[in-house]
Design a protein. Structure first.
Length: 454
């Protein structure tokens, strides 16, 4: 079945590659002309390294549904490794003059140009797709399930994805939205020039599925599968091979990958060291004096909290309350236990700063689910679905739930459910850029002020 609808998707990647290569070759003579480089050989080296790196980082594997965070991650990886390999070129030829500043300028200008171009290009591509209706993909869905209806709603809400939904097919449901039985799909696909079929596996037999896959291959139709249980398959899937037999398995979180754990731990350690040296080195003596002047008792409040794998650890804070015997009771609005200086440091979240020592000790992370009280753990662990998932990773000083407004006192069970929803999303969709975004939003919220910080 030929595609005669004026598709231009197949040209997008070649155009991107061509323009990147054009900028790589055109820009470097302006920065390296005084370094004694043979332009021809260096051009070959730049292009070879660029394509090797882009293949490794999947730099050009950007699709309609690729998130901005993924795109930024690809750009950062590409820039870092390209810079590294340009630097590596110089030691092999002693006649060349190494100039780190010019190399950094080249990389900066190159990637600024790439980012600006790609942003403009994809922005207008989406606008053009929405306004003109060109380059859309005719799509049908097999199965009339909650998941398939959610997918249809997504196509309707995101026209920039470029999908034109044509209808549901199902043998199990009779509904005005179902336009036919599964046996009628093949003729419909040919008549309506269908490009993609989304299939719910619990609504089609193995024989029909096999026949449909063969039909799709012959007619150049893409077939994709909708998981029956979104709650399970929203996690990352990985494929393992037992010999030649493929097996799908669920990863608890990207943070179980040893290299990712090392990356996050390195970031946590370096960031915490900066805070301890630059901020806490002078702030701690001031806080100690202010806390001691108002009430007797220790400067630091120490309390056992559940951490990674629900193992207890001692969590540190600047003391914001008068010494009392109700430490398992969280603070409420106008809590009489809170001191005057305590109200200020709780409002500005300064009381949390000693937890950077917890990060250095390895008990906490800068970003992660906030460590709850043991009483909350016991109470909500049995009530709230997926509550215990938060113990897959180290607790954090700040987290996605907190920057979304779910911090402080838990007044209703709904408060905890929403907090857990964001915690689980963070765990299952972690990236270093998400951590940085949460840190920036936390700083903004501190200066802006938060209603539930009391």
């Amino acid at each position: 079945m030929p595609n005669n609808k004026g598709r231009y998707s197949k040209y997008i990647r070649p155009i991107n590659i061509f323009l990147d290569v054009f900028m790589i070759i055109i820009l470097f003579p302006f920065f390296f002309k005084e370094l004694g480089i043979n332009r021809f050989y260096f051009s070959i080296y730049l292009l070879l390294t660029w394509f090797i790196i882009s293949f490794s980082t999947k730099f050009y594997e950007v699709y309609r549904f690729t998130t901005p965070v993924e795109i930024i991650s690809k750009i950062v990886k590409q820039a870092f490794f390209f810079l590294l390999l340009i630097i590596v070129f110089f030691p092999f030829n002693k006649t060349l003059t190494f100039n780190g500043l010019e190399i950094v300028k080249y990389i900066t200008i190159l990637f600024l140009g790439i980012i600006i171009f790609k942003t403009i290009f994809f922005y207008y591509l989406k606008k053009y797709r929405i306004v003109t209706g060109n380059n859309y993909r005719n799509t049908i869905i097999i199965g009339y399930t909650d998941q398939s209806k959610d997918l249809k709603d997504l196509f309707d809400k995101r026209p920039d994805y470029g999908y034109k939904f044509k209808g549901f097919f199902s043998d199990k449901k009779n509904n005005e939205n179902v336009i036919g039985k599964i046996d009628a799909i093949k003729s419909y696909c040919i008549e309506q020039k269908i490009d993609e079929i989304y299939c719910s596996l619990n609504e089609i037999s193995n024989d029909k599925l096999k026949s449909l896959v063969e039909f799709s291959d012959i007619n150049e139709i893409v077939i994709k599968f909708i998981p029956d249980t979104k709650a399970i398959f929203s996690k990352n899937l990985k494929i393992d091979y037992y010999g030649l037999f493929p097996v799908l398995s669920l990863r608890k979180t990207p943070l179980h990958d040893p290299s990712i754990k090392f990356l996050k731990r390195t970031f946590d350690f370096l960031f915490s060291m900066v805070i301890v040296v630059v901020v806490l080195s002078w702030l701690m003596p001031i806080m100690a004096i202010l806390i001691k002047l108002e009430s007797k008792g220790p400067v630091f409040f120490k309390q056992s909290r559940p951490g990674l794998d629900e193992k207890g650890f001692v969590c540190y804070k600047f003391r914001s309350m008068r010494p009392n015997g109700t430490t398992e009771q969280e603070a409420s609005r106008n809590d009489p236990r809170v001191t005057r200086i305590g109200r200020f440091i709780r409002k500005t979240s300064l009381d949390e700063l000693p937890q950077f020592f917890n990060v250095l000790l390895g008990d906490m992370s800068v970003v992660g689910p906030r460590p709850h009280l043991w009483s909350q753990n016991i109470n909500y662990g049995k009530k709230v679905k997926k509550y215990m998932v938060r113990h897959y990773v180290k607790p954090g000083i700040t987290g996605l739930a907190q920057v979304k407004g779910y911090r402080g006192e838990i007044e209703t069970e709904e408060d905890m459910i929403n907090r857990i929803r964001y915690d689980v999303f963070y765990i299952e969709n972690w990236s270093i850029f998400l951590d940085i975004k949460i840190i920036i939003l936390t700083i903004i919220n501190i200066f802006k002020g938060e209603e539930k910080a009391y």
